[in-house]
Design a binder for this molecule. Structure first.
Ligand code: IMP
Length: 208
């Protein structure tokens, strides 16, 4: 069995990625960070999604001696000049406070809408996924990068209980529901992360 480490402690994400890989290959076992409890946290000190994804995939490949995949994602709002972008998880200060982050973006949009009733409400979720290989592997020292995007627009107040982060205030292009009103499967089929994952999967299978 070949092995790959996915930079997450979320069992759901591992199962989902394993399912995606199993459609293309049957001999890959996906490990997560919970399988390496001594792995220190990697500081996301980059200024782009790609830098952060690479910081994580390289550090995990070095620590685990296994091929490693890491993603970084964020919400890019046109009217905010691309903010919160790479800082999406800590936009309101504390890391991962989804409600405070969402409220802050809504407050910024409300302030702008008072100045411009035709405010551009377009936004996009972006995800970059990086694949790195450990010393001794035929691909050691090479990194592979794939990106996925989900364009859409922000609404004025939250709707829906699924998903996480900014999902309740985001309507993907072509839909009328927010991404928090979609099922997990519906969201995966169009999401920035789903798209990036589906692009990196065949590369991983070929190089593992
Ligand atoms: P990370 O890639 O897990 O570090 O996510 C960065 C942040 O971007 C998250 O904490 C969320 O605030 C936001 N984000 C990324 N992907 C999504 C998504 O699919 N829905 C809602 N928010 C997201």
């Amino acid at each position: 069995m070949k092995q790959v480490v996915l930079a997450t402690r979320n069992k759901g994400k591992i199962v989902e990625f394993e399912r995606l890989l199993s459609e293309l290959a049957s001999d890959i076992h996906v490990l997560g960070l919970s399988d390496f409890p001594d792995m220190p946290d990697v500081e996301e000190s980059g200024t782009t999604l790609q830098e952060n994804a690479l910081l994580k995939s390289r550090a995990i490949a070095a620590f685990t001696s296994l091929p490693s995949l890491a993603d970084d994602s964020g919400l890019f709002v046109s009217a905010l000049g691309g903010d919160p972008g790479v800082y999406s998880a800590r936009w309101a200060g504390a890391h991962g406070d989804d409600e405070a982050n969402t409220e802050k973006v809504l407050g910024q949009m409300r302030a702008l809408a008072q100045l411009d009733p035709n405010l551009d409400r377009s936004a996009s979720f972006k995800c970059v996924i990086a694949l790195s290989f450990p010393k001794g592997h035929a691909q050691a020292g090479r990194d592979f990068i794939e990106q996925g995007e989900m364009p859409g627009a922000l609404i004025e107040s939250p709707r829906g209980d699924h998903g996480f982060g900014y999902d309740p205030i985001f309507i993907p292009s072509g839909l009328t529901l927010t991404s928090a009103e979609l099922s997990a499967e519906q969201k995966d089929s169009i999401s920035h992360r789903g798209r990036a994952m589906r692009q990196i999967a065949p590369i991983l299978i070929e190089l593992l």
